[in-house]
Ligand binder design. Structure first.
Ligand SMILES: Cc1ncc(C[n+]2csc(CCOP(=O)(O)OP(=O)(O)O)c2C)c(N)n1
Ligand SMILES: [Mg+2]
Length: 697
């Protein structure tokens, strides 16, 4: 399998949960007394099982979960698996009850590291899980990820990242977008007591409530986060009390009672179907082990552990399958034996799998872009800010699944008025004023992108993109590499200084964002480039950041003449021919560079790399081979920008052609100062460029 087909093999479409379904059919043979009702069946929403039917299905599933976890522990102890192997031993009532009513391939879920049964109920198999934990050639992530970091984005079982609190916003976005497309679906977003303390959980609950996304937030409260007890984790009585603050209803239940969990989840789905509002459900559950296979959990007192073992949900459910569903001991044991045999055969198959072959992997983080031609577009002279408006208008008009979200992008038309009038043309459902919370906003967009929506995000200022470092840099950036599914999100970053806005409203951050694998960065300078960058970013299947220099919104203008050829956009831009020096600049510095080149007696070739990531460096290398000199200008401080990286790349490729050391003209390495005199001194300009050029000769 070559790299590209390795990527494709990640996704299997909406396959349902055939493994579980066939296991349940097999289990039915254990029922000796044929006068009893059908033994094992899964009734997904809106059906509900009776108590009698319920235990005959729930107990085998819980047993499956327990037995699988125990085999995982064994594999860890024997050295077959590495890393953080966290089990759900003690959590089976919660993890089974919460997922049983959900519909695989329809409902949008993110489940956690103690929810192995949830993965099986939603389409995975023990074989896949063993392969994933052993990171072998058949692992569903091709060995790129380990242990709990798996799922199937194509069937809406989102693969988690380690960063706790980061997944629920995806569920909210996915559920919201699928509902918007007319699908009658729900979300399930699971978080632990520890994860519930993260900031993004707050942002996400708030967005879910404001946007009316029917997502069940389920807290698995197992009294500990690693070694930290809940007394050190939070100071409210119940975590579900927090629901009130979001204007939603919350409930705390006994998470060791699988019927109670199942019933509460069915109730929540029915209620969400009626009012479309999210719910918060706290399940008081158990962790009958240390945090992970390497942790003995000796901070849990013997007394507490004794008490917990009394409340172990598995023996309780075993009693119920006999008392309520009428299974005999022999029938129960027959069920267990089939499950053990099934797991054993999957384990043996997984153990015989080869190790992953680096030669068969794809080593790019990016989803492949199909060469696409779209409708051409022309406009007479427009300002750069107006080019932004035209591009978004072009996209929203042609793509009903596209929507714009950001702060004040609606009625106000966005902080720099680039979105003016869009709400009148496309309405508040497609031009959406979001609550503050940039991290959850990005997660929301990522989730929406997985169900066919095409989100466009505006950060109010590029500076606030730092609020979403993990969500954008780690979750979105690695999404395709981990899951095989594309993450088509366009993110707009109004950026840059020169407007006397100080350190927190003047940043570019192209340096920061270029350090994350899997993101694409475009930095246009002209009106035409701005229009093109936004289209290129939108149609690309990867998360694309477009930097829009705020100073240029009103001060620069030009015609737009876009020929519809998207592939042609992804290239560096040359503004003037020259023989003696290659001058590279991006953003507002392009204009300073052009001004300097115009005044300078030397023959200067001015370039804008335009595609900052993956850096389109080859044409610049060619230019330097011709001129023998390279000067890069960046607006921010020396260590904050992309300049050093750009120079390193060009020097590596064109070292022998250099006639003088390449130079980087950057601002002083301090935060951008506020006072106009200081800011003017801080930012590079044409005059400084001229001096730097002269020094190079
Ligand atoms: C944001 C973040 N910080 C730290 C960690 C390291 N970590 C991994 S699991 C864990 C404890 C999680 O506790 P909880 O959310 O209660 O889930 P549980 O393991 O108890 O099911 C921590 C701190 C992390 N994964 N994410
Ligand atoms: Mg916990």
């Amino acid at each position: 399998m070559d790299g590209a087909s390795a990527n494709r093999a990640f996704t299997a479409g909406r396959e349902g949960a055939p493994w579980i379904d066939s296991l349940l059919v097999q289990l039915s043979s254990c029922r000796v007394d044929s006068a009893r009702p059908p033994a094992h069946r899964l009734a997904r929403y809106p059906q509900r099982l009776t108590r009698e039917e319920f235990y005959s299905t729930a107990y085998p599933l819980m047993y499956l979960s327990r037995h699988l976890d125990e085999r995982m522990e064994e594999l860890f102890k024997k050295g077959y698996t590495k890393g953080t192997v966290t089990t759900g031993i003690g959590n089976e009532a919660t993890s089974t009850g919460m997922v049983m009513p959900l519909r695989p391939g329809m409902d949008v879920v993110s489940i956690m590291h103690r929810d192995v049964i949830g993965h099986l109920l939603l389409g995975s198999t023990p074989y896949q899980l063993f392969c994933q934990y052993m990171a072998n050639a058949q692992s569903p992530t091709h060995g790129r990820e380990g242990n709990v970091h798996h799922g199937n984005a194509a069937t809406r079982r989102f693969p988690m990242i380690s960063h706790l609190g980061k997944m629920p916003s995806l569920v909210v976005g996915g559920t919201w977008a699928a509902r918007r497309a007319g699908e009658d679906v729900f979300g399930l977003a699971v978080v632990g007591d520890g994860g519930s303390s993260t900031g993004e959980i707050h942002e996400t609950l708030n967005i879910a409530s404001v946007q009316k996304a029917p997502v069940l937030f389920l807290i698995e409260n197992n009294y500990y986060a690693f070694s930290t007890p809940i007394s050190a984790q939070y100071n409210c009585q119940k975590l579900s009390d927090r629901a009130q603050g979001y204007g939603i209803s919350g409930r705390t239940i006994d998470g060791t009672d699988v019927w109670e969990v199942y019933s509460a989840v069915c109730d929540a789905l029915e209620a969400m179907s009626a009012d479309s509002m999210p719910r918060l459900l706290e399940c008081m559950t158990l962790r009958l082990r240390g945090h992970a296979a390497y942790d003995k959990g000796d901070y849990i007192s013997a007394e507490q552990m004794r008490d917990w073992l009394q409340r172990d949900p598995l023996p309780a459910a075993r009693r119920k399958i006999q008392e309520i569903s009428g299974f005999s001991e022999a029938e129960t044991r027959a069920v267990e034996k089939i499950i053990e045999a099934e797991i054993q055969s999957d384990l043996e198959a997984a153990l015989s799998c080869p190790r992953p072959d680096p030669g068969l992997q794809s080593w790019t983080p990016y989803a492949p872009s199909a060469p696409l031609d779209v409708e051409p577009y022309q406009a007479a002279k427009v300002k750069n800010g107006e080019a932004v408006n035209r591009a978004i208008d072009y996209l929203l008009a042609r793509h009903p699944n596209a929507f714009l979200l950001g702060l004040d992008v609606g009625r106000y038309g966005s902080a720099f008025k680039t979105c003016k009038g869009l709400i009148d043309r496309y309405g508040p459902d497609r031009v959406i004023d979001m609550p503050l919370g940039e991290s959850a906003m990005v997660g929301f967009a990522l989730g929406a992108s997985q169900v066919g929506s095409q989100p466009i995000i505006e950060y109010q200022f590029a500076d606030f993109s730092t609020e979403s470092v993990s969500q954008l840099g780690l979750n979105c950036g690695t999404w395709h590499y981990r899951s095989g599914s594309p993450a088509p999100i366009l993110l707009r970053l109004p950026c840059g200084g020169g407007l006397t806005m100080g350190a927190f409203h003047s940043g570019e951050f192209e340096g920061l964002w270029s350090r994350f694998a899997g993101l694409k960065l475009l930095y246009p300078a002209t009106a035409q480039e701005t229009f093109e960058a936004l289209l290129a970013g939108f149609y690309d299947p990867n998360p694309c950041l477009v930097f829009e220099h705020k100073l240029l919104y009103w001060s620069k203008s030009g015609p737009i003449d876009f020929d519809g050829r998207l592939a042609n956009i992804w290239r560096a831009r040359k503004y003037s021919e020259g023989r003696e020096l290659t001058l590279v600049a991006f953003g507002a510095m392009v204009y300073e560079a052009l001004s300097a080149a115009g005044k300078c007696p030397r023959s200067i070739e001015v370039w804008n790399p335009f595609v900052l990531q993956p850096l389109a460096v080859e044409p610049i290398v060619e230019s330097v081979r011709k001129t023998g000199r390279l000067l890069v200008v960046q607006e921010c401080g020396m260590t904050q920008g992309l300049g050093e990286m750009l120079i390193a790349r060009v020097v590596r490729a064109a070292f022998s052609a250099l006639k003088s050391p390449p130079q980087l003209l950057a601002a002083p390495d301090v935060p951008i100062p506020f006072a106009p005199e200081l800011e003017a001194h801080y930012r590079p300009n044409a005059e400084k460029i001229l001096t730097a050029v002269e020094e190079m000769f």
